[in-house]
Design a protein around this ligand. Structure first.
Ligand code: KG4
Ligand code: ZN
Length: 353
């Protein structure tokens, strides 16, 4: 079965072709094509995504990305057996572009379509190996930390049919917090990447770099498994304002703020994930979503977990939005009997698992 997946939930126009057998437990799969057209340069100008602008870019990119994807896969569109497309959650104007494109394709080539959950896609990105094959070797029960530009959530996974949301951010997502702090510091978009690069350079220069600014770790000691990141963003804003007034705001200070921001965010994320994993007697802690590409987050998990749990993270290219993860999640739903209709399928910007 050859699956074409289309992902346009945010600012990347991504497509993939995946070839699968029909057994999810023993999934034998190969990634035949994976194409991502990034809009980073466009949104760097505004320091964040303007949804209508993102949608216009998707409109320009969809046909060339499809052409390139089919070329990479060495297939004609008629050879595709199933179309999986992100139906939500995400930015409505962006989702509409991808969904409408996919529905039209499905109608023309007369092949089934599955409206796929982007969050499930991120979780399933952990099945995709570096060499483009797929393997589901994750030991359950697992705890999954899903951290992206729009989400910061903790899931309990008892089986792949029982994925239960246990906690989530009550305000900003962790990726959003990275992006907003980067904007305050006038760093490049996407902020998570910029902050992480600077944080890493500080860490390399001084292994024992101390935390100086006492930034808050919101909700770290709360009894539930929720997160909050807007207070951290505000604390950095006030800190920058004060340092500017005192004429102490310089490149070195910016570097230290990046280092400390990354330390604080990764501390809260790892602490709460570990706490949940212990409480649930989980065998595995897995991470997913754009922020899971963060090197410090990965190294902190590895340090803290030791051999208490298995630690699973996606290949870095698969952490951020991509088509392959949508193919796997959509295919999973297809095998479970999900059927969508290309005449009636609709986007759902607030879709949950
Ligand atoms: O999953 P994703 O590609 O899109 C959404 O579904 O939101 O995640 C994008 C988010 C952005 O906020 C970006 O700043 C963050 O992931 N991000 C990172 C890193 N790479 C991307 N955050 C921290 N460290 C990184 N290396
Ligand atoms: Zn995403």
């Amino acid at each position: 079965m050859k699956i074409l997946a289309i992902e346009t939930s945010c600012d990347d126009t991504a497509m993939a072709v995946v070839e699968c057998n029909e057994d999810f437990q023993n999934l034998q799969t190969k990634l035949l094509a994976n194409v991502i057209s990034s809009q980073t340069k466009i949104h760097a100008k505004t320091g964040g995504i303007i949804p209508n602008l993102a949608a216009r870019e998707h409109e320009k990119n969809l046909v060339p990305v499809l052409k390139e994807t089919l070329k990479q896969a060495r297939l004609k569109i008629k050879e595709i057996d199933l179309i999986c497309v992100t139906k939500g959650p995400g930015l409505q104007p962006s989702l509409l572009m991808g969904l409408n494109f996919a529905k039209t394709l499905s109608y023309i080539i007369k092949k089934p379509i599955i409206g796929t959950n982007h969050l499930l896609g991120h979780i399933f990105s952990n099945f995709i190996k570096n060499d483009g094959t797929f393997k589901n070797e994750i030991k359950l029960p697992a705890v999954c930390l899903l951290v992206s530009g729009g989400h910061t959530q903790l899931y309990q996974i008892e089986s792949w049919d029982e994925i239960k949301l246990i906690g989530e951010t009550v305000d900003d997502a962790s990726g959003e917090c990275f992006d907003k702090i980067a904007k305050i510091l006038k760093l490049n978009y996407p902020g998570g990447v910029a902050i992480s690069k600077i944080g890493e350079s500080i860490r390399l220069k001084n292994k024992n770099q101390k935390l100086e600014f006492n930034l808050p770790k919101p909700l770290i000691n709360s009894k539930d498994f929720n997160f909050s990141f807007s207070g951290l963003k505000t604390a950095v804003l006030y800190l920058v304002q004060r340092l500017k007034k005192e004429k102490k705001f310089n490149k070195r200070i910016i570097q230290k703020i990046c280092f400390e921001t990354e330390e604080v965010i990764t501390e809260v994320l790892t602490f709460k994930s570990m706490k949940l994993a212990k409480e649930l007697n989980a065998k595995t802690i897995m991470i997913a979503g754009g922020v899971s590409a963060n090197k410090r987050l990965r190294s902190k998990f590895i340090e803290k977990i030791g051999d208490e749990f298995d630690f699973v993270c996606p290949d870095k290219l698969m952490s951020t939005d991509n088509g392959a993860m949508i193919a796997i999640a959509g295919y999973y739903e297809y095998l479970r009997g999900k059927k969508d209709d290309c005449l009636t399928l609709e986007v759902d910007p607030n879709l949950i698992i």
